[in-house]
Design a protein around this ligand. Structure first.
Ligand code: 7RM
Length: 631
């Protein structure tokens, strides 16, 4: 059933109805799915524990809704066009029927390796069709997938495997990334030295780099799949059974395993996919996000398949073989809806108009952005030069924890305002609060963004540590879910996200905790202490600025910096490498030992004229040293 909202009036009506009777509203949106058993109760909740249940009593399998449900009507329609890293290599496409077959065979293969309902399976793979197939195969048998972005280091992978005791790891020999070929199986091998829970590793041959296979543990995907039947009934799942875990960075400690469950996630990702992009039958949709992030889960795998869409899945990067690759792919597949990150737009903008003008972009109807605030300049460039002035841009605000898009225009319906995510989707009850938690009513206000009522795809817990979920999201402002973002509601009631207000930074649309980067830097033998802050970066949105105290005087600072970068790469991955490293003799701390990050941020931003009150510092003189040494 097509649940698209057709007009602004209807949006307003639908929004009002979702506030007045949320249960009736979401029950209506859940009706058309295939349920093995209908739910007993639409919603029960409290934000104190927190405890959230949607569609309790319902039984279903999300893959039946992604695949089986479509076979009759669109079995021969393409579900995915796969575009390989190398434009000269052969691509592949999968119809719904073919995808269904592959998922069932993969599901049987997982069963053959001992996987069963409730087991955790770690997926560490490049953007190949088998990644999507693996995700769905887990869901088919009721196993919980934990996809780890293949750019993360062995140490990061190990900690994610350990946190949820994954019993299987699915990987490939190598990965292509533009001109580079990356050995990823060896990363898995290194990680598994400290992961006793893992029984088997399934390896997809992809780049054919030589690898070591551990006897009794490692198996080749291509060999095992041969032995697996393509008939696999879907495991009946409870509405609130865990669907997946996805690790994301917070302001403290190690990344947390955000838990999403089955039915609510299904209903919300489908509804938002259809409405935000106004997806129409037969259109080609392309989201450039890696499946290792939430955008890939919700809007590359589940949302589009639930809606019966045709998607492009791209293995490579925007600048290989040249900066025209995105535009070439849009031309090749006649992409109608294109969804990417502001950082990609900003970097391609720098290459000028020679690239986009070489290709036909006339198939485009809707453009989207996600992951970070988009600056007005990039917005206008995207609108004018990619959308040719006639494609709406949906600036979609949401989080790993929200599971789906929360604030966004509906393409072609909501009047746009550059750099504004505009209005909440139906079912989303936003509030803006001040530092004390006082709700700021009316328009023309700015504060911290919270949500006061549950929505179906919201986080249920953080894996293995419910208290952490409560502390992180539900304790700052009792009774509210706190997003960690700052936000403005303008005179028209339009929302603009101003960025994180906690110690999380957003580098090229990737979320990183400053504490996590500091811990990595501190692993360097000569480092005593460090403090990391974000600063505005022309392409990445935010760059990483590290202040580092060393135990001894080092003459070769360039070398030291390289070593620190290598340490961070080893502990987390390339995405967390600092852009700037300033060696300091001390940090600005209060008498109680708290680092005054406000000062460090100012210096990193290059704004030292107005540093504010430093009288509470233990050693105010350190501020002058830091200012003088700023990079
Ligand atoms: C989807 C995703 C979440 C954080 C979030 C924000 C920032 C995301 C936008 C945005 C401004 C946007 N999940 N963010 N989308 N900021 N405008 N349209 O990115 O968990 O990885 O990150 O990203 O700070 O809290 S995420």
């Amino acid at each position: 059933m097509d649940t698209r909202i057709p007009s602004l009036e209807k949006y307003q009506e639908e929004f009002e109805r979702s506030l007045a009777s949320p249960e009736a509203f979401w029950a209506e949106k859940a009706e058309h799915f295939s349920w093995k058993k209908k739910w007993d109760q639409v919603l029960s909740w409290n934000f104190e524990e927190p405890h959230i249940e949607w569609f309790a009593g319902g039984k279903l399998n999300i893959t039946e809704n992604c695949l089986d449900r479509h076979l009759e009507k669109r079995g021969d329609q393409v579900a995915y066009y796969w575009e390989p890293n190398d434009p000269a290599a052969a691509g592949k496409s999968y119809t719904y029927k073919e995808l269904h077959r592959e998922v069932c065979a993969c599901a049987n293969m997982l069963k053959g390796l001992g996987a069963k309902k409730g087991d955790r399976i770690c997926i560490y793979m490049p953007m190949v069709p088998e990644l999507t197939i693996a995700v769905l195969a887990c869901a088919r048998i009721g196993a919980i997938h934990s996809v780890v972005f293949a750019g993360f280091s062995a140490a990061s992978l190990a900690s994610r495997i350990q946190d949820c005791d994954s019993m299987l790891v699915l990987t490939s020999d190598g990965a292509y990334r533009g001109p580079k070929s990356i050995a990823i199986k060896s990363v898995v091998d290194e990680a598994l030295e400290i992961c006793p829970s893992v029984q088997k590793v399934l390896v997809l041959k992809h780049t054919n780099v030589p690898i070591e296979m551990v006897e009794g543990r490692d198996l080749y995907w291509q060999e095992e799949i041969q032995k697996s039947s393509a008939d696999c009934p879907a495991e009946p799942m409870d509405a609130e059974d865990m669907l997946f875990i996805l690790y994301t960075s917070g302001s403290t400690g190690k990344p947390k395993g955000v838990v999403h469950t089955t039915a609510g996630y299904m209903v919300y990702t489908e509804y938002t996919f259809r409405n935000v992009f106004q997806y129409q039958e037969g259109e080609v949709y392309w989201c450039t996000a890696d499946i290792g992030w939430i955008t890939g889960h919700s809007y590359m795998v589940y949302g589009p398949l639930l809606a019966g869409a045709t998607s492009v899945l791209f293995e490579g990067i925007p600048t290989f073989p040249d900066a025209g690759r995105f535009w070439q792919i849009i031309d090749k597949y006649h992409v109608n809806i294109f969804y990417t990150a502001p950082t990609a737009i900003r970097s391609l903008q720098l290459f000028g108009l020679d690239f986009p003008t070489q290709y036909s972009l006339s198939s485009l109807r809707v453009l989207g952005t996600v992951g970070e605030p988009i600056n007005e300049e990039a917005w206008h460039w995207y609108h004018q030069h990619i959308g040719k002035g006639n494609c709406p841009i949906v600036d979609t605000w949401w989080q790993t924890e929200t599971g789906g898009i929360m604030i966004s225009p509906l393409a072609g319906i909501t009047p746009l305002k550059p750099a504004f995510a505009t209005l909440p989707l139906p079912g989303v009850q936003l509030v803006i609060v001040d530092q004390e938690g006082k709700v700021l009513l009316g328009n023309g206000v700015e504060g911290n963004l919270c949500i006061q009522f549950p929505w179906p795809s919201m986080i249920r817990t953080t894996y293995g540590d419910h208290e952490r979920c409560k502390q992180n999201y539900f304790s700052t402002y009792p009774g509210l879910y706190f997003t960690g973002d700052g936000c403005k509601r303008d005179e028209d009631g339009y929302y603009r996200i101003t960025g994180r207000v906690d110690d999380v930074i957003n580098v090229s649309g990737h979320r990183l905790g400053t504490a996590e980067i500091e811990n990595a830097i501190n692993q360097h033998a000569d480092v005593v202490e460090s403090a990391v802050v974000g600063y505005p970066h022309e392409i990445k949105g935010q760059g990483i600025y590290a202040y580092v105290i060393c135990s001894k005087k080092n003459d070769d600072l360039a070398m030291l910096r390289l070593e620190i970068m290598a340490t961070v790469q080893k502990m987390i991955g390339s995405i967390a490498k600092p852009d700037k490293i300033q060696i300091v003799s001390g940090l600005p701390k209060t008498r109680s030992g708290k680092i005054m990050r406000r000062i460090l941020r100012k210096v990193a931003e290059g704004d030292v004229s107005n540093i504010g009150d430093i009288s509470t510092l233990l050693d105010p003189a350190i501020v002058d040293e830091i200012k003088a040494g700023a990079i």
